[in-house]
Design a protein around this ligand. Structure first.
Ligand code: 4AD
Ligand code: MG
Length: 430
């Protein structure tokens, strides 16, 4: 048995492929079967003179997504998609599929999402998820090669990290817990033990926003570094993102081309990324009419992010936001306590925020004060406060949203295609 991905090494040989019928067409004495096996798609040629009558007749009955095992000879053909064809001499049907729901005609997005378990088999979805797997590999390689310890944070947590309005509550025996919004607080414990760690796992937000950027279950990569300041973390962040981009350009050229992604702008990405302050972002917004302008202290919303992200061809940072629109754990700027020592990274081409990071408040008294100001209960955070009681040090980290990054790299219109089974405000099926 052979895999389509490795077809080149079988040139001239007779091989067996186990897969599914992706599509077919015929012209009298020839059938062209597109066969997929999970590693690729190849065109199988069935010539009336080369096969038994029974096999030739079978081709007429073969339906889309029937599971089949085929035998044939590998032929180099520059005109064939992928450069090779199979001259088939035998076809065995494992299951003849009846009325496969997804056809070549265009379907509405709701129908496709309801059939996500099947939609995954399409060439486009396949390409996106191959890019996703490559990005995941790149993430692990980047941090592993830089001496970071992978440190898995819990999913069931006693308290909120990113605000109480987007918490999913879960019954927990006689108690209740919450689905983690972010692994950060645990990564902070990790970096005090191991110096440099990164968490990588699913995080959850009961987001009421129904936008192309929000899902309720998404994956985050969250490095945390002891003794690092905002500049250190910005440098790490830009090196990290450009590493991912290079890897995808390098290894997933074919998939990006299936997605018709214009890669010119991805190729332009170089270090360092531009850095603008929140104040400068407001000034840019003041000069335009596409998105509502903001008053100092207001957070960027989707229209402002889209506008700003359209002004850049490569990712960029916005730093020093007003503390009032950021989380309780962020350290304030010693020179202006109204500002947080924080960053957002925005992806260009209108994509907007893909990352948030900051220096963390490392002083016990101030952190206790912040919990009060944010109306957060102290008890479930005692363990976190311990990190400030016992050998507290300056430290910083960030969180990158995996699906938003993939949506940008693949040029997707909506984040929902960037994860195998998207969860949104109105959908948790299939
Ligand atoms: O900006 P956020 O809320 O920051 C944090 O959670 C910090 N604790 C990270 C840290 O410093 N360790 O989320 C981080 C990133 C966002 O920039 C975005 O890319 C993604 O997570 N994200 C979402 N992605 C999809 N759907 C949602 N509802 C998301 N919410 C956040
Ligand atoms: Mg953010």
């Amino acid at each position: 048995m052979a895999y389509i991905k490795e077809i080149a090494k079988y040139e001239g040989q007779e091989i067996t492929i186990k897969g599914w019928l992706y599509n077919k067409r015929s012209s009298g004495k020839i059938y062209f079967l597109l066969i997929r096996d999970g590693t690729g798609i190849i065109q199988g040629l069935v010539l009336e003179d080369n096969v038994s009558k029974k096999t030739f007749e079978l081709c007429d009955r073969l339906t889309q997504e029937s599971s089949i095992i085929v035998k044939g000879k590998v032929r180099k053909d520059s005109r064939a998609p992928g450069g090779y064809e199979l001259e088939l001499n035998d076809i065995k049907v494992v299951q003849l599929t009846e009325s496969y729901p997804i056809s070549k005609k265009t379907h509405g997005i709701d129908f496709l999402l309801s059939n996500r378990h099947l939609w995954l088999r399409s060439r486009r979805q396949y390409a996106i998820l191959k890019v996703r797997a490559e990005v995941i590999r790149a993430i692990n390689d980047f941090f592993d090669s830089r001496g970071f310890l992978r440190f898995d944070a819990p999913i069931l947590t006693p308290s909120s990290c990113e605000g109480t309005t987007t918490l999913f509550e879960v019954p927990y025996f006689d108690n209740k817990v919450y689905l983690s919004q972010s692994g950060q607080l645990y990564a902070e414990a990790g970096c005090m033990a191991f110096g440099k760690v990164y968490t990588f796992g699913p995080t959850f937000r009961a987001e009421l926003s129904k936008t192309k950027r929000h899902i309720t279950e998404f994956w985050q990569i969250e490095p945390e570094v002891a003794y690092a300041n905002l500049d250190d973390i910005m440098k790490l962040a830009e090196e990290f993102v450009s590493y991912i981009v290079k890897r995808v350009l390098d290894k997933r050229e074919e998939e990006l081309s299936i997605l018709e992604r214009d890669t010119k702008l991805l190729e332009k990405i170089k270090l360092p990324f531009s850095r603008i302050t929140y104040k400068e972002a407001l000034n840019l917004l003041d000069k335009q009419t596409e998105a509502p302008k903001l008053k100092w202290g207001e957070d960027l919303g989707a229209p402002q992010e889209t506008y700003l992200a359209n002004q850049f061809e490569v990712p960029f940072f916005i730093h020093h936001y007003p503390a009032s629109c950021k989380a309780f754990y962020m350290k304030r700027d010693p020179e202006n306590s109204e500002l947080s020592l924080c960053i957002d990274m925005l992806a260009p081409e209108g994509y907007g925020e893909i990352m948030t990071g900051s220096e963390r408040e490392d002083n016990l008294k101030i952190l206790e004060q912040r919990l009060k100001e944010f109306n957060l209960p102290k008890k479930p955070q005692e363990w976190y406060l311990d990190l400030r009681r016992y050998g507290s040090v300056p430290h910083s980290g960030f969180g990158l949203g995996l699906e938003r990054t993939i949506a940008w790299l693949c040029g997707l219109k909506h984040i929902r295609e960037a994860i195998p089974f998207p969860r949104t405000i109105d959908r948790a099926y299939p």
